[in-house]
Design a protein around this ligand. Structure first.
Ligand code: GLN
Length: 472
């Protein structure tokens, strides 16, 4: 089977009788079994996917198939799917099964998407490499010496390796955009509240968004428009009507736009020269296409990572307190009393990175330091939000690199957590302010690995953002 960039191409071939859903599923299953070393999947639902394909082929013949007929997706191991395992790639949730399905996933299933399996990630979605998983590291199919990025690394690796057409991940600080960048794909984080978080294992609740990874902007638009919208089960899900993103792609509101770039981002010392050159070339191209380019001073850039890691670890330490050995998953043996049950279950059930973040988060929330860290970071978040609103008074979109470099070597970043955190500098911005952002493939580094460009827009301007990304 050829590699399709867009679902519409698959559907054209389905309608022409050149292809069936059963064949599509089989091709992906063959790929999955041919490349076990990539370790993209925690579990493959071979039989279930085949049965769904038979059902949807029948619907296609009758003309009753949903809008996603022919789409085979993978789902990150943090999104609930009734009757299926769910572990957040952690020993802590070993053997846990979802009791219900996440709203976003249910909406895709209702339109006849086929789920081929559950994809590995960094434990509890904390990380940038997909190495901190109880199932071992995920490899980058473009070069297996490299990481696929994280935390939705299994989801990006699976698409890049041809094991599914698209994936659903979660993005708290870049977990969909960064692996998309490292694997040459499209990753789209919507505005905070655009997609319901019901059924998503919480990492940092005021940052988390379920987000698609795809091969094309068209598919990102389609998946997002189906997943987005009000949900009475999540009161942070916005009731603003969802625009028909996929229809807007070829009908821009304006011919030319004002596009800003952050001066400090392009001057940042850790920026790979190839990434910098790629950005500069893109800026020239946008100018040549008639767009107005604005240089924005953004001295707050260096506060993004510290602010993000204070607030997300604080929220994580609270969210993860529910894993106590009593209610879910892993429970330690041989304990004397309740306190020892908590302590041992959490010590043995969580991995190193998750424990580091719980400790950090508990520290910044403790009475003596609360104001110095948590309150201070909340103030910085407010400042960032205000300055970003001011930036979007001047321009329609902001562009920046998705990451300072191409994919890390296996083992490189996980050894040095501070360096790994710093590499999130450009992606955490959108989550801190709640704005929508998309990563698109931009170029290749000296190592031959891809890197991405990120576009950010005002809150709830997904239609314009996707349209602009589509035409870039
Ligand atoms: N790398 C970031 C972190 O470790 C982002 C993770 C995410 O978006 N889930 O927090």
């Amino acid at each position: 089977m050829e590699t399709y960039q867009r679902l519409t191409e698959i559907q054209t071939d389905l309608r022409a009788g050149k292809l069936s859903c059963v064949e599509i599923v089989q091709q992906y299953l063959t790929k999955i079994s041919a490349l076990p070393e990539i370790n993209a999947f925690v579990e493959v639902y071979a039989e279930e996917a085949r049965e769904a394909a038979i059902r949807i082929d029948a619907k296609l013949r009758k003309g009753t198939a949903g809008r996603l007929a022919g789409l085979v997706i993978g789902v990150k191991d943090v999104i609930c799917h009734e009757g299926h395992g769910l572990t957040a790639s952690s020993k802590m949730l070993e053997g846990f099964e979802s009791l219900f399905t996440a709203t976003a996933l249910q909406r895709l299933l209702d339109e006849d998407a086929i789920v081929i399996g559950r994809q590995g990630c960094d434990e509890f979605a904390m990380g940038s490499t997909s190495e901190s998983s109880t199932y071992g590291p995920v490899l980058n199919p473009l070069n297996p010496q490299k990481v696929p990025g994280g935390s939705s690394g299994g989801s990006a690796a699976a698409i890049a390796a041809g094991m599914c057409h698209a994936s659903i991940g979660s993005d708290t600080g870049g977990s969909v955009r960064q692996p998309a960048g490292f694997c040459g794909l499209v990753g789209m984080k919507p505005t905070y509240g655009r997609v319901s978080r019901w059924g998503l294992i919480a990492y940092a609740s005021s940052f988390d968004q379920i987000s698609p990874i795809t091969r094309s902007v068209e598919d990102a638009a389609l998946l997002l428009e189906i997943m987005a919208g009000e949900d009475h089960r999540d009161n942070t899900a916005s009731s603003q009507p969802v625009a028909h993103y996929s229809n807007h792609l070829s009908t821009p509101q304006k011919e030319t736009y004002k596009v800003g770039y952050l001066k400090e981002a392009l001057e940042s010392p850790g920026l790979d020269p190839a990434v910098k050159a790629g950005m500069e070339a893109q800026i020239q191209q946008l100018k040549a296409a008639g767009h107005e380019i604005l240089t924005i001073d953004f001295p707050l850039l260096e506060y993004l990572v510290p602010c993000y890691y204070i607030l997300t670890t604080a929220e994580a330490s609270s969210n993860l307190s529910r894993y106590d050995g009593v209610r879910y998953g892993f429970r330690a043996d041989g304990v004397k009393d309740l306190n020892e049950l908590y302590a041992k279950s959490r010590t043995q059930g969580f991995g190193k990175e998750v424990k580091r973040r719980i400790l950090l988060g508990t520290f910044v929330l403790c009475a003596g330091y609360y104001d110095a860290y948590y309150t201070q970071a909340m103030k910085v978040r407010r400042l960032l939000r205000d300055q970003t609103d001011a930036i979007f008074e001047q321009c329609d979109f902001l562009i920046m690199p998705t990451t300072p470099s191409t994919a890390f070597d296996l083992g490189e970043a996980i050894e040095d957590p501070i360096a790994m955190y710093l590499s999130d500098i450009f992606t955490v911005y959108a989550n801190l302010v709640g704005a929508p952002a998309i990563s698109l493939p931009l170029g290749k580094g000296e190592d031959g690995m891809p890197f991405g460009i990120q576009l950010m827009a005002k809150h709830f301007e997904e239609a314009e953002l996707l349209g602009f990304a589509h035409r870039m």
